[in-house]
Design a protein. Sequence first.
Lengths: 359, 126
Amino acid sequence: MSKQIIIPFGPQHPVLPEPIHLDLVLEDETVVDVLPSIGYVHRGLEKLVEKREFTEYTFIAERICGICSFIHSLAYVQGVEQIMGIEVPERAHYLRTIWSEYSRLHSHLLWLGCFADGMGFENLFMNSWRIRENILDELEATTGGRVIQSACKVGGVRKDISAEQLDGMLLRIKDIKKDIRIITSVFLEDSSVKHRLKKVGILSKQDAYECGAVGPTARGSGVVFDLRETGYASYGKLNFKPVAATEGDCYARCNVRIQELFSSIDIIEQAAKKIPEGPIDVKITGAPNGEYFSRVEQPRGELVHYIKGNGKKNLVRSRVRTPTFTNIPPLLKMLAGCQLADVPVIVLSIDPCISCTER
Amino acid sequence: MAATAIKSLFSRPATLMYPVRPAKRTTVTRGHIIIDPANCITCRSCHRKCPTGAICVEVKEKTWQIDKLRCVICNSCVDVCPTKCLSMDPAYPKALTARGGIYKVAVAGPKKKEPAPVTVESPKAE
């Protein structure tokens, strides 16, 4: 048996957008064991729920993550609405769906860029982010914020999209779709990219299920599990199918996210056609008294917000379980047995969002 | 990829030379809060609703103060303002240091004819 050495990977590493530390135990160039540690960006956002009114906490909930901010606020307000028994107007549900899917588009395009950068394809990185900029422009034009939308509130949404704006968005998303198709064909067909991704970081279906993988990480391994199928917001009224692949390698996870881009565009188009007229919010009175587990599908997987209130303005407890946190055990399975040079690509393939993980 | 490369070669850069050319902004962009001091009645609604405690309204001194480094530009104060004296400017604020973050302004205060809630004038008059 050869001698084992430990190589620290992170918290500061060129491929990592956010700090996570992995101790890689190596035998020659092969990774035999991985010891993860987190805790570099903990901000104590869950504790703030005791000091802020439940309506104001929406703004804090969406600052948990800088990428899927809208979906965090959506999960939180859905939980409060369920406790208080608020009937949200139908139009608000549709608007939430549209913005969720725009968030998913921008998150996946950001990930594609980071992923290309991780495997050393800088040109592709720049091109992915150029397309992402168009999505951010749409979000800014409709909600007022590029990344932090602040569009959700308890009882509905804060901004409306006019019919002309929706028509314009539908027109522009067709062009964006064409651009995405060109860019993603490189990810799926380029031989050097394939060489870097295929049969790397394989996660079997059994392991994905047992380690609790969620989102595209699970769907890339054949575990078809998409919370949008539960029909929250207006997903129940739209026709879509969760994307899944069976290989379980980095290429499959990349493929799942790319296909999700197209399914998101499809959902936006359907929602824009079906969106009803009407009010966008209802007035709320009182305060939440009870507890609720709110589950939604983030770009990275299942997001759980646990909320408990006691009838006062401030909630008692908030707990967030983010998808990256549950995707760390599957990541360790993928890393065991891989080559050191493949570690950056495999780590990025779960789309790590450490600020989410640590709140 | 080759088509994209050729297209990029003959097109302008996708980025802007930011401080020289102004940033893209829309009518709803949340840039920074501005106040019209003449219309402020020091009702303290914005003070209460601010999720970060960036706004401080002194009823006695008739001043309205914002700590721009604490403000997260969530638009709650603009939504809640009864006289619409607060509004959102779509231009992004300039970079600040910790010393320059606080912006304090003297405001008109409550109008005398209207029944004001808790103000300093009424106890003095008694």
